[in-house]
Design a protein around this ligand. Structure first.
Ligand code: RAM
Length: 330
């Protein structure tokens, strides 16, 4: 081989080696969820696999702790760093506790996206909210208020007390209460940790403590099912309306039996799909900076705000008229 040819061959090989993570070959994207065994995250996983299939050459590592804790997620992030994944897309159990581990990941060249439940800006490159936070905050109160023309006592059954997403929605809800819903009286906020047993006990506690309770608002797909089951079991259908954010496939039975009038949610499949798309965008060289527009494949594109965050789409409302149709999808 002539010297020239050898040089060309060497250059071609170097290019091939450098191109590898970006080429279809072997990109590993970890989808880290708050906890395993949650139908919402299973639906997001489905979307993640769809994105991987569509992009090609992407392996999705679906993982999360057995209970929704930051400690469990930190261990997982450390093991993903050791596995040298290309990107981590995480729905965080705490905005701050994950930061050191995720910073370490980024220092090793791993791209980090938070989605659903965010990490503080220094711990990730991009955050994808499902919808606008203020809109969700107002929506969860309106869902209760729509069926309480006279107003009354309501309580919130949340996920974990450190969950970034639920805390942001609850804060947004409290902000609009006095002006837009003056007759709605928020008596308590309790935390079921996205655990069926704890959520059930917290719902029972609310009912025992507040005899005039008219609605339980659960902005978590785990809590809302637990609360509706308690209302059903305690023969309180028609007295307490359960509402919040629910996965239609899990919740249809409680619209059918009247424990709930209506609930809302965005498309969780699209959310998991979009999270993987964003992780792939970054791992193939897209720059995360305020004003940047990034592709989320068939879902469209997002423009990053001044904290490198963006929102996917507005939520849908589900009631007797449409929950059957949506329950077949997610
Ligand atoms: C639960 C989780 C998740 C949240 C949904 C609405 O599944 O807490 O983070 O987005 O509810």
């Amino acid at each position: 081989m002539s010297l020239m040819k050898k040089l060309f061959a060497a250059a071609a090989m170097t290019a091939a080696v450098f191109a590898m993570p970006a080429s279809a070959a072997d990109m590993k994207i970890a989808l880290v969820v708050k906890s395993l065994g949650n139908g919402f995250f299973d639906a997001a996983h489905k979307g993640a696999l769809e994105a991987a299939e569509e992009i090609g050459g992407v392996e999705v590592i679906y993982t999360g702790p057995t209970s929704a804790t930051a400690e469990g997620q930190i261990e997982i992030v450390n093991s993903l760093i050791a596995q040298q994944v290309d990107a981590i897309a995480i729905s965080a159990n705490d905005p701050d506790a994950l930061v050191p581990a995720l910073k370490k990941a980024m220092s090793r060249g791993i791209k980090v996206v938070s989605w659903d439940s965010g990490v503080a800006p220094e711990g990730r490159q991009v955050h994808l909210n499902p919808s606008d936070t203020d809109l969700i905050g107002e929506t969860i109160i309106k869902l209760a208020a729509d069926y309480l023309p006279e107003g009354g006592d309501v309580a919130i059954l949340s996920a974990s007390s450190t969950a970034t997403n639920q805390n942001a929605w609850i804060e947004a809800a409290k902000k609009v209460l006095p002006e837009k819903f003056p007759d709605i009286n928020l008596v308590a906020t309790v935390y079921g940790d996205d655990d069926a047993v704890k959520s059930t006990n917290e719902a029972k506690g609310l009912i025992a403590s507040y005899p005039d309770l008219k609605a339980i608002i659960a902005p978590t797909t785990v809590g809302v099912v637990a609360a509706a089951q308690v209302v059903t079991d305690e023969d309180l259908i028609g007295k307490i309306n359960v509402t919040g954010l629910a996965l239609p496939s899990e919740f249809k039975q409680f619209i059918d039996n009247g424990a709930s009038q209506a609930v809302a949610l965005w498309n969780p499949i699209d959310l998991g799909y979009s999270a993987v798309y964003l992780a792939h965008d970054l791992a193939t060289g897209a720059t995360a900076e305020p004003g940047a527009t990034l592709s989320i494949g068939r879902v469209g594109e997002v423009t990053l705000d001044d904290t490198n965050a963006a929102a996917m789409a507005p939520p849908f409302q589900f009631d007797k008229s449409n929950i059957e149709e949506f329950s077949k999808i997610y």
